[in-house]
Design a protein around this ligand. Structure first.
Ligand code: ADP
Length: 544
């Protein structure tokens, strides 16, 4: 027997329709790339998104065609997303921080027909354009007055292009399982992989993101999405905010502490989301200028592990609740969130911080398990760690142009992370599976050792890699960048760590360097470190 409810496909443009109908005047305020603050609202975003859709269709974009964006978070980028999806196209957010060859590779691999770019990235694209033969047109997201002279193919200023349309357009009715957006993983190993979101997965993920124990946004929220729309689908916020009718404050190109503070304060932002580096910058600015955050209620911090010092400062000094979150491009991206369940809600001080240092619990729509190398499920005891696998309606099943599914027999996706899960369902990342150090058949978590090492007051950054050892297969090597003007000895470093981790986890050697290589998204590039230290001979290896 079938249910007798209406067939109402979960399409992304329905989100902006709802925002324009039910929250028409809610502001969308942006720091424009040209400089001045720009104010609009959801009714206007929708009107202009209809023009984008109309103009794209006139340019020959058909359902399933990809349109790239290289752009900061602004109202224009928001309109572009809805316009692209609304004509059946697929927005492909390109991370401009990737290496040039990667940008060329992914635009070609995605077969983007049109590239929409902010002024910032015009010089970059001019250098790469020769290698992008399939791009038919470049739309520069500015007005005629600010349009630079450029040799980019068929280049046009977005505002002039938009003015050619009248917005008399009806959204394409596509299937809810059709592609809506694309984002490539940063490809720290091998080529980047294309993750393809559907209308349905985006809508369901946005609902998930809005829930109270997730981002908890509502029509009363003022949301500042600092996480770029080109990084992992903006953590859902470009869809969640209009879905609930929250005001949006778009930070444009300026993500430094002073600029972020200015927006938080001027627009009375209640919720924001960003990676730890951005929050470091903000906290430094607040401390240096003796500022407060009276309006901000909550921040979501993820992308890499959130250091407890950040959580502690936000909560104790500024009365802002921190929600540590974990996810990945392949998960749209939300996986777990660190809101406190009743079992932990009473905790105070360091005990509370220890739970908040975990990456959090799964919302409805994410199922998790941890397994050993033989795919046997491991217990949720908070101690045993294994490969973290996930399942859900907004989790990748296959990569673009790779026909095979990337799931195990039960339909789970291997995240490439190694984690524990405690009895209350809080997951904690202990490593990436390719970074875990395999010593004598046991696993050592490089992240735990790194977190401990960066706790030393003279250490700026630390990385741990497994180095070949004749007896144990691999043993940990600690690579340390001292803070400017500081010197540390190996004994000082090891002495500091003594007793704080299991004895057999202690690094066999410590080496000091001026710099550690990073990926385009700011993570430590362990592949490069492993290459750099591949012939390193540990003192313990010489002895055995
Ligand atoms: P990429 O790995 O391509 O930079 P993602 O942004 O999708 O792309 O990164 C996902 C990975 O980032 C996760 O698999 C995990 O290793 C790491 N990560 C994300 N959030 C956290 C977190 N809160 N703590 C630790 N690691 C995290």
């Amino acid at each position: 027997m079938l249910g007798l409810m209406q067939d109402w496909p979960l399409l992304c443009h329905r989100i902006i329709d709802h925002a324009a109908t039910d929250h028409p005047g809610r502001p969308v305020i942006s720091r424009s790339v040209e400089g001045p603050i720009h104010t609009t609202n959801y009714a206007n975003v929708r009107k202009r998104a209809l023009r984008v859709a109309q103009q794209l269709e006139r340019a020959g974009i058909r359902p399933g065609d990809r349109v790239a964006t290289l752009a900061w978070n602004t109202w224009r980028h928001l309109e572009a997303w809805y316009g692209i999806m609304g004509c059946g196209g697929v927005y492909h957010t390109v991370n401009p921080r990737l290496f040039a060859e990667q940008i060329v590779w992914i635009i070609n691999h995605a077969e983007d027909r049109i590239v929409m770019t902010d002024l910032t990235f015009v010089p970059l694209l001019e250098k790469l354009a020769d290698k992008l033969p399939k791009v038919e047109r470049y739309i520069v997201m500015t007005d005629a007055a600010n349009m630079p002279a450029t040799a980019l193919k068929n280049a046009v200023a977005y505002e002039s292009w938009l003015a050619e349309g009248d917005g008399d357009y009806t959204w394409k009715r596509v299937d809810e399982n059709d592609a809506a957006g694309m984002c490539y993983t940063s490809g720290t190993t091998g080529n980047p992989k294309g993750v393809v979101y559907s209308h349905r997965s985006n809508v369901l993920h946005s609902m998930m993101a809005a829930m109270p124990d997730a981002m908890n946004v509502s029509a009363r929220s003022v949301v500042l999405p600092i996480v770029p729309m080109f990084h992992a689908n903006c953590w859902g916020l470009a869809l969640t905010s209009p879905m609930v009718g929250a005001a949006m404050i778009m930070p444009g190109a300026k993500l430094d502490g002073a600029s972020v503070y200015e927006l938080l304060d001027t627009y009375k932002v209640t919720f924001s989301a960003a990676v730890p580096t951005v929050w470091f910058g903000l906290l430094q600015h607040l401390e240096a200028n003796n500022l407060k955050l009276p309006h901000l209620d909550k921040v979501t911090i993820g992308g890499s592990a959130c250091p407890p010092a950040i959580t502690q400062k936000f909560q104790d000094n500024y009365n802002v609740e921190v929600c540590h979150a974990w996810g990945m491009t392949e998960m749209s991206p939300l996986g777990t969130l660190g809101s406190l369940k009743p079992e932990y809600a009473h905790l105070k001080g360091d005990e509370r911080l220890a739970i908040q240092a975990k990456q959090g619990a799964a919302p409805f729509g994410v199922e998790m398990k941890i397994t050993d190398d033989k795919d046997k499920e491991l217990p949720w005891d908070g101690k045993t760690f294994g490969r973290l696998k996930v399942r859900g309606p907004a989790v990748t099943r296959a990569y673009f142009k790779e026909d095979h599914a990337v799931l195990d027999g039960d339909g789970y996706f291997d995240t490439g992370d190694v984690a524990t899960i405690d009895p209350h369902g809080y997951m904690q990342i202990t490593d990436r599976s390719k970074d875990v150090i395999k010593s004598g058949g046991e696993w050592i978590s490089s992240i735990d050792i790194e977190n401990l090492a960066v706790g030393h007051p003279k250490v700026a950054e630390a990385a741990v890699i497994g180095v070949h050892h004749p007896k144990w297969d691999e043993r940990p090597l600690l690579i340390v960048v001292p803070k400017k003007g500081q010197t540390i000895t190996q004994d000082e470093m090891l002495g500091f760590m003594q007793g704080k981790i299991a004895k057999w986890w202690m690094p066999d050697d410590v080496t000091f360097v001026e710099e550690i290589p990073h990926t385009a998204t700011g993570k430590i590039l362990k592949t490069a470190l492993r290459e750099q230290f591949k012939d390193y001979v540990l003192p313990t290896a010489k002895a055995s």
